[in-house]
Design a protein around this ligand. Structure first.
Ligand code: PMP
Length: 401
């Protein structure tokens, strides 16, 4: 009875084609060109990019040095495996040690922010032999099993990821932190915290709070993990935003801005931390192309003084935003800025996109997030300020009518 012409697994015959799995709400814009802080769509329409593909574009789109370094590397060798020495990894570690001011740390390379945090927490658990992790309300650390377990969003935690080993504490609450350590400090493998919460709405960790975490981790032998995936890599105006508190974490996780769009991530690890050979690993992590991309990013950050630019241009932008009376709780550091919009301006972000052609980010329920390239110029910031003032003015007059 077998009829091959009707076999459902022969594609095309039953006209069932593969579709994309329904994951993301999508704006129907196709970007075909990008340069610096600008992108263009198929119709040639220009957009100012203050979202940077979610804090990923650190040195600006299609930077010539970056393009050249990756292209040259691709023509030499694009990939081999981690069982053979890759000198580019050593060069990257050396450069990262210098730029981050932590030459004595060790580098482990992987492919995404979630994977970086996953490995950071795993290493902390191996090192301490403990199971419990302290995380904070409104945190976001990624979507793999440990990373999502320390993320404060039950909607993205599958039953298999649920664990009683994670203790969520209120953010910036010293008393709750002290109490937690007094009770069970000897069981805590790690504390994981973003220096500035990103997805959670641009919440800056107070210096005193980070200092308390550092002190308690030392006292109880727990590992301080600084998630710097979004707030790191110069975005805050320092290499790690935790640096504002003058503390050293035991592990820093990095991704997003590290590759300016090329998937590359990593953790840097304080010299005291140990894991046995083979406990961490990955096929793609630290491949030749990823290292070339990451090296190019650090070279441009250094050559163009982008961390100082993030501090300066960010301060200018934030000061000017504070002068716009309709915007509430303007906050952040460097070029990681958030502000709240009142109910009557709830469509501001959408209107900025469709009327002013500006990309921005959001955080629920009513925060607009700015995560532009660290190379954002004052004139780009001015263009945005003019666009937002104009849009607020237009929206206000529509409401009056
Ligand atoms: N940590 C933080 C602070 C993040 O913002 C993100 C991504 N939004 C992640 C981790 C996860 O990174 P990835 O998507 O590369 O896995």
């Amino acid at each position: 009875h077998f009829n091959p012409t009707r076999a459902p697994w022969r594609p095309g015959l039953n006209k069932k084609y593969m579709k994309l799995f329904d994951v993301y709400p999508i704006n129907d814009i196709t970007i075909v060109k990008a340069k610096g802080s600008y992108v263009w769509d198929q119709e040639g329409q220009q957009y100012l990019d203050l979202y940077g593909g979610h804090a990923v574009i650190s040195i600006g789109h299609t930077h010539p040095h970056y393009v050249q370094r990756i292209t040259e590397q691709l023509n030499k060798v694009g990939f081999y495996s981690n069982s053979i020495r890759i000198p580019l990894q050593e060069q990257l570690a050396d450069k990262l040690g210098k730029v981050s001011g932590r030459p004595d740390y060790q580098l482990f390379l992987c492919n995404s922010g979630a994977e970086a945090n996953e490995n950071a927490l795993k290493l902390a658990s191996f090192h301490t032999g403990r199971k419990k992790v302290v995380a904070f309300r409104k945190s976001f650390h990624g979507r793999t099993s440990l990373a999502v377990a320390v993320t404060d969003n039950p909607a993205i935690v599958a039953p298999v990821n649920q664990t009683e080993n994670v203790i969520f504490l209120p953010f910036n609450d010293d008393a709750a932190l002290e109490e937690c350590f007094a009770k069970q400090g000897n069981e805590i493998a790690a504390v994981i915290i973003e220096g500035i919460q990103g997805v959670g709405g641009i919440n800056v960790a107070e210096a005193g709070f980070l200092q308390a975490i550092s002190r308690l981790c030392k006292q109880y032998g727990s590992v301080f993990v600084a998630d710097s995936v979004q707030c790191g890599y110069g975005r805050s105006g320092k290499f790690f935003s935790h640096d504002f508190a003058g503390v050293d974490a035991d592990i820093y996780s990095m991704a997003k801005g590290m590759g300016n769009g090329f998937p590359v991530a990593g953790i840097i690890i304080a010299p005291e931390l140990h894991a046995k050979h083979g406990m961490l690993g990955t096929t793609f992590g630290g491949n030749h192309l990823a290292c070339a991309a990451a090296l190019a990013v650090l070279e441009v950050i250094e050559q163009e003084n982008l961390i100082a630019n993030a501090a300066e241009t960010g301060k200018y932008l934030m000061d000017e935003l504070k002068k716009i009376p309709q915007l509430q709780r303007v906050r952040g550091k460097g070029l990681m800025i958030g502000f709240d919009v009142p109910e009557e301006l709830k469509d501001l972000r959408k209107n900025l996109l469709w009327n002013q052609r500006v990309f921005t980010g959001e955080a629920k329920p009513n925060t607009i997030r700015l995560l532009p390239s660290l190379a954002l110029r004052k004139k780009d910031a001015d263009e945005f300020l003019e666009a937002i003032r104009e849009e607020i003015h237009t929206m206000a007059s529509v409401v009056v009518k």
